[in-house]
Design a binder for this molecule. Structure first.
Ligand SMILES: [Cu+2]
Length: 156
């Protein structure tokens, strides 16, 4: 079993390492995480969000069922959805990543919501978040903190 997907995983890692500098993989469950980053916390708040691409190179569907981190005791899986023209956010119990498929966590979609930050997140720093899956596997992912976008234009 392991021999079957090991070459695939190696290939994915090779390709990814050319495109991005950080790829995190769990060889036992076949999950490869890339493009991981978190947002700098807004001054005066203790909230942030984290994003990544989950590539499932295994033959089995996997569900992301939770996340934990030393920076906060409360990291939740969330999804943004449009309802009656309004952006709403709701908590998800899990997000399924189908076999040989990938799921992107990105602004306006799935994201990890970090509440009750023990310290503000500052740009260019890194935090570690452990992702937990329904097969009881987990993977430690490094998230680079990106600065908040400066709004140049105000639309009234
Ligand atoms: Cu959220």
């Amino acid at each position: 079993m392991r021999n079957v997907f090991a070459p695939v995983l190696t290939l994915v890692l090779l390709i990814c390492s050319v495109l991005v500098n950080s790829v995190f993989a769990n060889e036992s469950n076949g999950m490869v995480v890339e493009n991981s980053y978190a947002r700098e916390s807004i001054p005066g708040t203790t909230i942030s969000s984290a994003y990544m691409t989950l590539n499932n190179v295994s033959k089995n569907n996997l569900r992301l069922i939770g996340a934990s981190s030393s920076v906060s005791d409360r990291v939740e899986i969330h999804e943004h959805t449009m309802e009656n023209g309004l952006m709403k956010m709701r908590q998800r119990e899990y997000v399924e990543i189908l076999a040989k498929d990938s799921t992107v966590f990105q602004p306006s979609g799935f994201h990890l919501m970090i509440f009750d930050l023990k310290q503000p997140l500052k740009a260019k720093e890194n935090i570690k978040i452990t992702l937990h899956f329904d097969d009881e596997s987990s993977i430690d992912v490094n998230y680079l903190i990106k600065g908040l976008k400066q709004k140049k234009h105000h639309h009234h």
